[in-house]
Ligand binder design. Structure first.
Ligand code: NAD
Length: 341
């Protein structure tokens, strides 16, 4: 269905109280074919993801949303429609079989799943036809994820999958995210089908927590590559080299990496890169720091002591607090180092 046709739907702005939808499966013809989706966390990533999900699932499928920020859920209703707002996250889980969470930090994921799982058993509260599936797309530490997964699995209330993503806000809006998932083999197909509605690639890395471990290893490397690229470009320019020529050479030689080729930190070297827009947009320095800290914590838990990560953490911590760099793309480290712009 096109956006125009969807916009013309008379039910678009109708929000039914949750109670009125509860019995829907029981009386609708062919209701067993209907699926139900819960979405918790409609922030910068979650909102466009939920929008893509609602646009791609059949109109008869149910979608229930929740966010502590009421204006986000209300905006979703006004803009997208055909969803029910749940007052609590527990209500989302009671009413739906596929629940997606996109939350900021480990403590938020813990708190949300505590509310969902720790009251009366969900199964006795509201039996559903299909096994309940929890897909957590938040970037958190593997230990927290493992605890939550165990709580869901051991109490028989549902299957839990870690599915962190890459692609940023632009990828989320375009439905082109890459998901890295940690899941048992028997649910990979079901999870892939759902995530493919919001992304272009789903990579299964192994059992629960594998998705997060893969994501953190990747982002650890990205954090270091970025600092190294900023330093290399800074010294090259200070030595008098032309930044575009230097980057061109690096990108056909052994120093080539994503920060040098796609997200080069020197303004004007890569057209459209955040560096050329006063480092606006892109991947925020604070988010990079968050992922780096999570990777270092998980490394420590595995008995690994990375040398370079601690130093990079100092750089990002200082850049994230610097007035000239705050709130900007992580390639702003070049500016923090005093790079020529
Ligand atoms: P965000 O802060 O914009 O959104 C999080 C949303 O969760 C907010 O709307 C907030 O109100 C809601 N929330 C918080 N606590 C809640 C609770 N208890 N119950 C219900 N809702 C609650 O964050 P984001 O940028 O959308 O990122 C979400 C996750 O995705 C993070 O873990 C982040 O690291 C990861 N991620 C972000 C990006 C990015 O570019 N922004 C890219 C990849 C991965």
């Amino acid at each position: 269905m096109t956006t125009a046709v969807r916009a013309a739907m008379p039910w678009k702005h109708l929000v039914k109280p949750l109670g009125s939808q509860a019995g829907r499966r029981c009386f609708a013809t062919g209701s067993s074919l209907q699926a139900s989706y819960g979405f918790i966390g409609l922030g910068r990533m979650g909102y466009p993801m939920a929008k893509n999900l609602r646009a791609k699932i059949p109109e008869s499928d149910t979608m229930v949303i929740n966010d502590v920020n009421d204006s986000a859920t209300q905006q979703f209703v006004n803009e997208v429609g055909n969803v029910t707002i749940a007052k609590t996250v527990r209500e989302v889980a009671e009413q739906t079989e596929n629940i997606i969470t996109v939350l900021p930090e480990p403590q938020h994921v813990k708190a949300v799943y505590k509310q969902i799982l720790e009251q009366n058993n969900l199964l006795t509260a509201t039996p559903i036809k299909k096994e309940r599936l929890f897909i957590d797309c938040s970037t958190i530490d593997p230990m927290t994820s493992e605890e939550v997964a165990a709580q869901a699995h051991n109490t028989g209330q549902g299957r839990f999958v870690d599915a962190p993503m890459s692609g940023g806000v632009v990828g989320a809006a375009a439905g082109k995210l890459t998901f890295m998932i940690g899941a048992e083999h028997d649910i990979v197909a079901r999870v892939t089908e759902i995530l493919s509605l919001m992304g272009k690639r789903v990579v299964h890395l192994g059992p629960p927590t594998s998705g997060l471990k893969g994501k953190l290893a990747n982002n650890y490397l990205l954090a270091l590559n970025n600092v190294a690229t900023c330093e290399a470009m800074n010294m090259g320019v200070k030595w008098g080299l032309d930044p575009a020529k230097l980057a061109d050479m690096i990108n056909t030689a052994t120093g080539k990496c994503w920060p040098s080729e796609v997200n080069n930190p020197v303004p004007g070297v890569v057209e459209g890169a955040p560096a050329g827009k006063d480092y606006e947009g892109g991947f925020g320095t604070a988010l990079m720091l968050k992922d780096l800290k999570l990777a270092l914590k998980a490394a420590e838990e595995a008995g690994v002591s990375p040398y370079l990560g601690e130093k990079a953490k100092e750089v990002y911590t200082a850049a994230a607090a610097d007035e000239k760099c705050k709130g900007r793309d992580f390639s702003v480290v070049y500016r923090y180092l005093g790079g020529k712009e």
